[in-house]
Design a protein around this ligand. Sequence first.
Ligand code: CTP
Length: 411
Amino acid sequence: MSERLDLQGRHIVLGLTGGIACYKSAELVRLLVKAGASVQVVMTEAAEAFITPVTLQALSGRSVYTSQWDAREPNVMAHINLSRQADAVLIAPASADFIAKLAQGRADELLSLLCLARPAERCGLLVAPAMNREMWAHPATQRNVAQIAADGAHILGPGCGDQACGETGDGRMLEPAELLADVVAFFQPRLLAGRRVLITAGPTFEPIDPVRGITNHSSGKMGFALARAAAEAGAQVTLVAGPVHLPTPRGAVERIDVMTASQMHDAVLPRAAAHDVFIATAAVADWRPASLSEHKIKKEGKKVAPTFELTENPDILAAVAALPQPPYCVGFAAESENLLAHARAKLQRKRLPLIVGNLGPATFGRDDNALLLVDAQGHAVLPADGSTADKLTLARSLVAEIARRLEHARA
Ligand code: CTP
């Protein structure tokens, strides 16, 4: 599978200010470059006390700027030239002092100067605070952060946890991978701004006794990718997840963990009407054991294998689609054969506007896939050229398709 280049063609000015988190910025440069971005590093004098420009030059492939008097710029206007080329300015780490400077609009060195000089309407300012917890909690810092946010800056984090000073609390800079995800999300179109999206994901687990149960191979990857893509598109996401080992996507994602189909049903049904979209990616077990053995079923003394009576689970998607005012319902059909015919049958049986088919056993747990979109009018494949793509790329395309249909319905 080819690497996804989420930042291809983006030019990012990465500003480092004084803080021990500067060591993480080296890794951040690598991740940004790996994602396809070109990165121009600018450092304050205090940042140079923590990490050398040589390291960042080697990782970014560009010489670092540290002074507004840099003679490499023929017009001696590094602050103008650098900010005009950038698609975003990311300050990571952003010290308490630097945030105070931004709040006041001061411009006495290159980095604050270029933040002030940047064309704000087409070059976003992303700020990743990094400081001791007392400094972060101080009313002056909170006031300054609120001020720069009101002025249009996007505040990334901070995280919570162990700090270099030995204390524990809020103020840590986010990890490089988290910052990368936030920068990627910043560049996604806000196609679902103001919308609420409910997603089921993963398998369910139907217990037989305290140690055994019925489940399936669903990894939850498609549902989690959709949750991430919907959050990137500006939606408020509720993610109801069966037992999976996946991290919750960053951003506005509320996760509810469940085990059984009944629990998933009980988590979804009361919430469904408050959402604009319901995407059912979960591989819900169709049946569960009719009774749960209180203790482990033992082999000892049994001559014949036990048999289990099964009872049908509620159909969550059909129940949501049958609500008086249902959200826009998108079903998934994982099949092993005759994908189009089965998907079309499910579309009608569950009374859905859209169903997404894939060939299940070939794709469970895999990172790349192809989807078949089926509605009353016809069908289409994603990716449109008939190839395969990773699940996040597919999820973004599907989110764009759903957004288009919602707009169409509203018009
Ligand atoms: N689904 C659900 N609740 C169930 C069963 C399925 O919400 N109890 C949803 C799935 O999340 C998926 C769609 O319905 O979006 C199709 O599920 P699938 O199991 O493939 O369809 P079934 O109706 O169970 O048909 P079959 O098992 O015969 O393929």
